[in-house]
Design a protein around this ligand. Structure first.
Ligand SMILES: CC(=O)SCCNC(=O)CCNC(=O)[C@H](O)C(C)(C)COP(=O)(O)OP(=O)(O)OC[C@H]1O[C@@H](n2cnc3c(N)ncnc32)[C@H](O)[C@@H]1OP(=O)(O)O
Ligand SMILES: N[C@@H](CCO)C(=O)O
Length: 401
């Protein structure tokens, strides 16, 4: 098949155009893979030059991707799964040399699951600007040096343009469904608007029609946390000695982000005022358990993510506005022809239900009418990743529609 012959399979330990000093992925994490689960096989596709909204051109770009299931002879069973801010192409499967983390949606994609790989051919690309195999700031520019701070500003639409080129390279003209959560759902909306002919169904999970001032503000303090780390060196840190990248700033950004992704109820129930150790946090040199939890997540994140990619992707999220240049969000959404599922989480303080109400209210073919499906969860925004049964059931409904 075309997609097999036209894509490169690269040995897991060799990622040719990623710079040698990338500060990610040095510490493989033990995965939660179970015997019999599908295992993706990461591949790489050249998509050529990408024209950007800014007028710049990103030359000779590459997309890393994985797939599960079989493409039907009629090529009508492909489902595109688009990841959130710090996700990647590794939707399911164990951690390993190619992946610092186990797959991020193991209860949703697989044989007999909501996105059933016995029926659907599931395709998952790493986003343009990311750091898990697709061209991003840690990739080598044409001069043989990492792009670093020279990497161009990307919008959500630029990233979808790259995904469309990627789909063309695979020879897939139309997806039975395009599915994504959070930043991935921003891409989903743009697919439905930019390429209506290529999309039969869409699932928009936990995202707004446009990133609001409040959300840009929450993102902007994270950008500043990274940039204000002296080790950031204006983004030119790839030649720093091992471990001397902007890990402090990146870890602080992740700590802040965790507070957007989770809820007061969860943190209070889970950690209360517990101490992390026998040392008193009130002047005795100890820490509260919740402080330790945030430290843990901040530090873990620096072992799997590149700081420049974090900035590029966060700024792309800030660019998100389906109505820009299209007469506003209402008219852009009203023009969508795909059958749609819009899902929100009642405790999401990052991308609250108001955003999904707006989207569902304007999409003409929402399978649940003008209201989003609301998942009730104490996990907040991350519930689209954690509440796999509820999210899976809604996805199953869409795929059967
Ligand atoms: C499974 C992965 O890591 S996926 C990695 C790729 N990431 C993505 O794709 C982005 C999307 N994924 C995510 O954001 C997250 O993985 C989620 C939302 C799906 C799940 O979050 P989790 O981190 O698994 O759950 P949770 O918030 O409960 O954290 C559990 C971790 O906190 C640690 N922890 C809990 N309490 C404390 C504490 N008091 N002090 C220190 N560490 C603590 C646990 O030991 C556990 O460690 P582990 O990750 O090594 O098992
Ligand atoms: N936990 C998710 C939330 C962003 O939507 C991530 O890190 O990608």
């Amino acid at each position: 098949m075309d997609w097999q012959t036209r894509s490169e399979t690269v040995p897991a330990s060799i990622v040719p155009d990623i710079g040698p000093h990338i500060h990610v992925g040095r510490a493989p994490v033990t995965g939660a893979w179970r015997e019999g689960d599908p295992v993706g096989d990461r591949r790489f596709v050249r998509i050529g030059d990408v024209e950007l909204d800014s007028g710049a051109v990103l030359p000779n770009a590459r997309i890393a991707w994985e797939h599960w299931g079989e493409l039907s002879p009629a090529r009508d069973n492909a489902v595109l799964v688009l990841h959130a801010l710090t996700g990647d192409s590794h939707v399911v499967g164990p951690a390993g040399p190619a992946h610092p983390s186990a797959g991020w949606w193991p209860g949703v994609v697989g044989p007999g699951l909501a996105i059933d790989t016995d029926r659907w051919f599931v395709v998952a690309p790493n986003v343009l600007g990311g750091c898990q195999g697709s061209t991003g700031p840690a990739s080598l520019a044409p001069d043989g040096v990492e792009w670093g701070p020279r990497f161009p500003f990307l919008t959500i639409r630029d990233q979808v343009r790259a995904q469309l080129a990627f789909a063309r390279e695979l020879g897939i003209e139309r997806f039975a469904a395009v599915v994504g959560g959070s930043m991935g759902a921003m891409h989903v909306l743009e697919w439905a608007i930019m390429a209506p002919h290529a999309v039969e169904r869409i699932a928009v999970l936990a995202a707004p029609a446009a990133t609001t001032a409040d959300q840009i503000a929450l993102n902007s303090v994270q950008l500043e946390a990274v940039r204000s780390d002296p080790a950031f060196r204006s983004g030119a840190y790839y030649d720093a000695p091992e471990g001397d990248g902007p890990t402090r700033g990146l870890a602080l950004a992740r700590r802040m982000a965790m507070l957007n992704y989770r809820t007061p109820a969860e943190l209070n129930d889970r950690f209360a005022r517990d101490w992390q150790s026998g040392l008193d946090p009130l002047g005795g040199g100890g820490r509260f358990a919740v402080e330790s939890y945030l430290d843990f997540h901040g530090n873990k994140f620096t072992r799997r993510f590149d700081a420049n990619s974090y900035l590029v992707l966060t700024e792309a999220m800030n660019s998100h506005d389906v109505g820009r240049g299209r007469g506003g969000a209402a008219s852009a959404l009203a023009a969508v022809r795909a059958k749609s599922l819009v899902l929100g989480i009642d405790s999401d303080r990052y991308f609250p239900l108001a955003g999904q109400l707006e989207i569902a209210g304007h999409l003409p073919r929402s399978v649940h009418g003008p209201e989003p499906v609301v998942v009730s969860s104490e996990y907040g925004h991350d519930a689209f990743l954690i509440e796999e049964l509820a999210v899976g059931s809604a996805l199953r409904g869409l795929l059967e529609a």
